[in-house]
Ligand binder design. Structure first.
Ligand code: IPE
Ligand code: IPE
Ligand code: MG
Length: 253
């Protein structure tokens, strides 16, 4: 019997990766978890893990570009993360600026378009300015859409969507007859995106932590114990390969 060749063939000592021609997820969502534990295991402060995680971000973005993934949505800071000590919150919210300062030229060279989901108005000005600058600079790129979920929480997003829809119904801009799942999706932060095909969570936890609750209704989940700063291109390709072998039924047969 002919052996089925893996779709994503990764060679450790070689830059080349062979790709198949179908069944690549169009949209991948990632919960980048485990930064703090990565640092603590090395006797370092949690901050060091967040910083180390930045180089994983750029590696995985480039891997996604290679695989011709259309959109990558990265959970960067949740509405619940404000509960952390102020010093850690401040540090995390300085990282987008630092990341973009170092990697924006690289992202431009890779034709990446940057966007955000979440309530960015409540972020510090320096974070908003850095992100806005990157969004403006990459506006005309038509490669991978890279979404940073910043001050994002799914319940907050859903409530806002319901309020906005209610306002439109009240103002007569929308009629009840037109309210369906597709229309409701237009009120979400992800209005311009297809639902994720694949969700990856690093760091060993098996929960959604208030991430994309509506959008993940039929997404394939892939969990790994690998902590985000240790997550490699090879792990990413393994997730894609396993995705390729799954059978999505959407309730059908
Ligand atoms: C994920 O890593 C990054 C953010 C939540 C901002 P954590 O900081 O949650 O790392 P762990 O889970 O404590 O190891
Ligand atoms: C989820 O990770 C949020 C981000 C990765 C930004 P958390 O570490 O905050 O999630 P919980 O608290 O373990 O659920
Ligand atoms: Mg965590």
């Amino acid at each position: 019997m002919a052996m089925k060749l893996p779709f994503f063939k990764y060679k450790e000592d070689d830059e080349t990766v062979q790709y198949g021609d179908g069944n690549t997820p169009e949209h991948i969502a990632i919960i980048m978890d485990g930064n703090g534990r990565w640092a603590q295991r090395r006797g370092m402060p949690r901050f060091a893990g967040h910083k180390e995680g930045l180089s994983t971000v750029v590696k995985i973005v480039k891997a996604a570009v290679k695989c011709k993934v259309k959109a990558l949505t990265l959970y960067t800071f949740s509405t619940e993360n404000w509960k952390r000590p102020k010093s850690e919150v401040d540090f995390i919210l300085r990282l987008p600026k630092e990341f973009l300062h170092v990697y924006l030229p690289d992202l431009m060279a890779n034709n990446v378009r940057i966007k955000t989901i979440g309530d960015i108005e409540k972020l510090p000005l320096h974070t908003r300015e850095a992100v806005q600058y990157a969004m403006d600079r990459t506006r005309d790129n038509d490669g991978l859409q890279l979404n940073f979920a910043l001050n994002y929480g799914s319940r907050h997003e859903l409530l806002n969507a319901m309020k906005a829809m209610y306002t439109d119904l009240n103002d007569g801009k929308l009629s009840w007859d037109d309210v369906d799942e597709q229309h409701f999706s237009c009120y979400l932060d992800t209005a311009d995106l297809p639902d994720p095909d694949l969700l990856i969570r690093t760091g060993g936890e098996k929960r959604l932590s208030n991430y994309l609750l509506w959008q993940l209704a039929y997404t394939e989940f892939w969990f790994t114990d690998v902590l985000w700063p240790d997550f490699t291109e090879k792990d990413f390709f393994q997730a894609l390969e396993e995705y390729r072998q799954r059978k999505r039924r959407f309730g059908g047969l």
